[in-house]
Design a protein around this ligand. Structure first.
Ligand code: UT7
Length: 324
């Protein structure tokens, strides 16, 4: 027998305001046609004035707990993946913990930009396998609309806001590739690529919040090269092969990246969860949002083998293989 971290609840929250591509046409030199053709994005949600990352995360957690049939009193850890925290400190996770009415357990943030949820899932899995915690809320929540340069057409049309949460619970399992739960993790980062995707402000360097800057074409090149590789590595470690995969649940940055990664893995697009058309790139929130939508649509079912993969600023990238 072995311990596994099994997803027992999932939920998400999207801000009310939906912004179609056409809204950008009046402000910058772009078109709905260009955005759809180059990215697959049709619309995204933007947080309302005053709506924070932690508020969205709390709503996603409440949905995940309801889905699991548990309450916040049953949870002993909260991990929030975000690059857009409410404040420099304390962590957004402690605000979520408080918002859920918890005084027990631990809460902290993980910052790995678009790969944040993969890193947070991996961290929660390690806490559960080591026996340090039994039930952890793993959240990806972002308000990227707060760090966009509205005059930079190469970036401002790409991102959106939202939050997704998964409740991971310790369960005794056989220790086989057919177990439910997290089966394998593969993580990487390489700081030599920091200038490809970054925010030009921060506490220590500028004492400002800053704006997102990206060399889109270069990030695209790295994504296409690295995502299939990391997904394959995690799959091999899990004792499964690409033909065993029921769903790829990729980071939702660009439909062309999603398609090429699936092609490289030899997985048909009808086994890929795609939400980028409705959400845009929500950074660390994109995978839990896609998981939650995939479950709500009836695509992802109990027992399905999933591969999640993401890449973002750092560069940081990785994959998690789990059986739902
Ligand atoms: O989540 C973190 C990871 N991030 C990503 O994975 C993003 C990766 N990168 C991408 O998704 C793509 O590189 C973009 C969507 C950002 C850009 O697509 P692209 O096909 O790589 O376009 P490009 O940057 O090579 O630009 C092609 C042309 C340029 O014009 P010229 O120089 O050929 O005249 C751009 O100025 O498209 C122009 N362009 C636009 N045109 C209309 C750039 N942005 C826009 C725009 N509307 N919004």
């Amino acid at each position: 027998m072995t311990l596994r971290a099994v997803a027992t609840g999932i939920g998400h929250y999207l801000p009310e305001r939906v912004v179609p591509n056409s809204e950008f046409e009046a402000q910058i030199d772009t078109s709905d046609e260009w955005i759809r053709a180059r990215t697959g994005i049709e619309r995204r949600h933007f947080a309302a004035e005053g709506e924070t990352t932690s508020q969205m995360a709390i709503k996603a957690c409440e949905a995940a707990l309801a889905h699991a049939g548990l309450s916040a009193a049953d949870v002993d850890g909260v991990i929030v993946a975000t690059s857009t925290p409410d404040l420099t400190f304390p962590s957004t996770a402690t605000m979520v913990q408080h918002g859920l009415g918890m005084t027990q357990g631990f809460a902290f943030d993980v910052q790995a930009v678009c790969a944040g949820f993969i890193y947070a899932l991996s961290t929660a899995n390690a806490y559960i396998l080591s026996g340090q915690a039994k039930r952890i809320l793993v959240i990806g929540a972002e308000t990227f609309s707060r760090i966009l340069d509205w005059e930079d057409r190469g970036t401002c049309v790409l991102f959106g806001d939202g939050a997704g949460a998964v409740l991971l619970c310790a369960e005794e399992s056989a220790g086989a590739a057919t177990d439910r739960g997290v089966l394998a993790v593969d993580l990487h980062s390489d700081g030599q690529f920091r200038d490809l995707l970054y925010v030009d402000g921060g506490v220590s360097q500028t004492q400002t919040t800053g704006h997102l800057r990206m060399e889109g074409r270069e990030v695209f090149r790295h994504a296409v090269e690295k995502l299939a590789e990391t997904a394959h590595a995690a799959l091999a470690r899990s004792g499964n092969a690409a033909q065993d995969v029921d769903w790829i649940v990729p980071h939702q940055a660009n439909l062309r990246i999603i398609t090429r990664t699936a092609q490289k893995m030899g997985v048909d697009m009808d086994r890929v969860i795609v939400t980028v058309q409705d959400h845009g790139n929500t950074s660390a929130a994109s995978i839990p949002l896609a998981l939650s939508v995939g479950v709500a649509r009836g695509q992802i079912k109990k027992g399905d083998l999933l591969v999640t993969e993401a890449i973002g600023g750092g560069l940081a990238w990785g994959a998690v293989v789990l059986r739902w």
